[in-house]
Structures are given as C-alpha cells and as structure tokens.
Design a protein around this ligand. Structure first.
Ligand SMILES: C[S@@+](CC[C@H](N)C(=O)[O-])C[C@H]1O[C@@H](n2cnc3c(N)ncnc32)[C@H](O)[C@@H]1O
Length: 215
C-alpha cells in the first residue's frame, strides 16, 4: 500500500523499536497498517467512530490474514487510553486532528504515564498554542520537521516522556532549518496570523512572535 507523503514521513521518522504502537484517531488505519508490515510491534488502532473501526477490521482481515494476533482495535476516545497497563516501549501517534484536540488528548494521556512513552504528533493548525500546552507536560523533543503534502505544510513532532531530548519551544527549532520549505512555512504562518489578528486581537502576540523569527 502506498502512503501519501505526510503519512510516509511519519512512518519513516520512527527508527526506534517499539513493543506497542498506537495509531490514534486512525480513521483509515493506513499508518498503523504500514507499521504492521514494517515492524514487530503490536499495533493498536483507535478511533471514536465505530464504522471506521469496523472498516479497518475488515481491511486488516483481508490484507494481513496472518497477523491477526499482532493488532487490536478499539472504538474509544483516545483521551482514555490505558497506556499505564502496558509494559515495554510504546509509541503513541496522533495525526490529522486539530492542534487544540491534540493538546487535550496529550494532557489527558500524560497525566497517567508509568513508564517512558514516545509520541509522534502531526496536528492540523494551532501549532503555537499546542506547543505552549506541550511545554507544561513532562516531554522532550526527539525530532521535529516539516512535511508538505497537497500544498499544505505540516509540523511533525516526535516527543518523549523520557529524560533525553531538547526542550519544547512555542515556535519550534529544527523546523526552521529546512531551507525554502521553512521560508514558505513562515510566510504562510505570518499570513494566517495576520488575518486572524484582525478579528481576534489576542492573536497579535503570536503574530509578533513569528515576526521576530530570523531564518
Ligand atoms: C482526519 S482523521 C485522521 C486520520 C489519520 N490519523 C491521518 O492522519 O491521516 C481524524 C480522525 O480522528 C478521529 N477522532 C477525533 N477525535 C477523536 C478522539 N477523541 N478519540 C478517537 N478518535 C478521534 C475521527 O473519528 C477521525 O477518524
């Protein structure tokens, strides 16, 4: 199965071995299916919509008949995942949902961690406020980058609750070192917040923070 560039980037960023990979807000389940193919991890597919999980179940039975014991399916809210009940290295992926929802889910998941857990996030919009929220959680940056798909640029945030890694910053660090892609992302972001600030004065502070970035 060929993934789009965004999902392929998320897949390729993961170089560690995990015992459990959670494809959260999985919808079609394509990313989890790719990990089912490429890794030894147990893959957990989670979405709140029963019909979507039923379709993923059908697709997995058809395309991975030999891997029946290597995955689990859950129709549930990601905020309530029982991560502390599992042992071994875990990776939680939350991609393709808004930054505000991502922040809510992360706050809920992080208040109940037992062992070290890694997170791979690829939110849609509201990166600044998401990053501000993440700063209040016990997380460090393993890697961050930008990926462009269908003329839309996404931030990829690979984080860990472990001790090693860089501090999370509201604007990001390495995402501004990708040459013309970073330049275009900054232009788009400035345009966006300039528009938002017209109707919402509190966005002026965010606009101003991005205006002070030098690439
Ligand atoms: C646009 S899809 C993202 C699919 C995939 N992760 C991707 O990046 O392409 C968003 C999915 O999030 C699911 N979703 C939204 N809120 C959720 C929650 N709190 N818990 C579980 N799933 C949720 C929706 O049902 C929907 O299928």
């Amino acid at each position: 199965m060929k993934l789009g560039k965004r999902l392929q980037t998320l897949h390729d960023v993961v170089t560690e071995d995990y015992q459990h990979i959670w494809d959260c807000c999985c919808d079609h389940g394509q990313l989890g299916a790719q990990f089912l193919h490429s890794s030894q991890a147990h893959i957990h597919f989670v979405d709140v919509v029963p019909m979507l999980i039923a379709k993923v179940k059908q697709d997995l039975a058809r395309f991975f008949p030999e891997a029946e014991t290597r995955y689990s399916l859950y129709t549930q809210d990601v905020a309530k995942l029982p991560l502390a009940q599992y042992s071994g290295r875990q990776l939680v992926i939350i991609a393709g949902v808004g930054g505000d929802l991502t922040a809510e889910l992360m706050t809920s998941l992080c208040c109940n961690l037992r062992d070290e857990v890694d997170f791979l996030l690829c939110p849609v919009h509201h990166h600044y406020t998401l990053r501000q929220n993440l700063q209040s959680l016990p997380l460090k940056v393993i890697h961050e980058s930008l990926v462009e798909e269908n003329r839309r640029i996404y931030e990829v945030l690979y984080l860990t609750s472990g001790k090693t890694g860089a501090a999370i910053t509201p604007l990001g660090e390495a995402i501004w070192q990708q040459g013309t892609l970073s330049k275009r992302y900054l232009e788009k972001t400035l345009d966006h917040y300039a528009r938002v600030a017209k109707g919402k004065p509190e966005a002026q502070a965010i606009l101003s923070a991005y205006q002070h970035l030098t690439l």
